[in-house]
Design a protein around this ligand. Structure first.
Ligand code: NI
Length: 171
């Protein structure tokens, strides 16, 4: 297992639609292991393969806090059902570190996909689990959470983000 290097806002790989996986092999399982390890190391609730520079439809989420519910690796996931009911909660992204903003999303989703061994799985999720999954599925389509914000809120967030980067660069 290895911790992989993160890609950040401005990297074109984050804006590419990821390609479906067609081989459920050892390389895929190694990728999934590395993604879980990288997510834990970076203290994220989820990670999508494009965030480590791999434009493939693979995501991991762990909001389980040590329990069983809320931890999953999904390959070629599709959201097949979304609730009309929505929730607004703050959201952030490992690829845009240091900034968060409230995003409205469906409260519950049903997602179909495959596990890393190629077995079809269906995930029913609500709350934080549903939010994290939707955020990661977005990544596989080249969509970032800032795309869900109003133009004004997005501008303010990006201004803050650039300021943080500048502060970091100047030490
Ligand atoms: Ni993200």
């Amino acid at each position: 297992m290895a911790i992989r290097e993160l890609r950040y806002l401005g990297d074109p790989v984050l804006r590419e639609p990821a390609a479906p996986v067609d081989a459920f092999d050892d390389e895929l399982r190694r990728l999934v292991d590395d993604m879980f390890q990288t997510m834990v190391y970076e203290e994220g609730a989820g990670l999508a393969a494009p965030q480590i520079g791999i434009s493939r439809q693979v995501l991991v989420v762990d909001v389980s806090a040590g329990g069983e519910e809320g931890r999953v690796a999904l390959v070629n996931p599709r959201i097949v059902e979304s609730s009309n009911e929505t929730e607004k909660e703050p959201e952030g992204c490992l690829s845009i570190p240091g900034v968060t903003e409230v995003v409205r999303r469906p409260a519950r989703v049903r997602i179909e996909g495959f596990d890393p061994d190629g077995e079809p799985i269906t995930v029913e999720a609500e709350g934080l689990f549903a939010r994290a999954l939707q955020h990661e599925v977005d990544h596989l389509e080249g969509v970032l959470f800032i795309d869900h914000l109003s133009a004004l809120k997005r501008r303010m967030l990006l201004k803050k983000y650039r300021k943080l980067l500048a502060e970091e660069a100047s030490g």
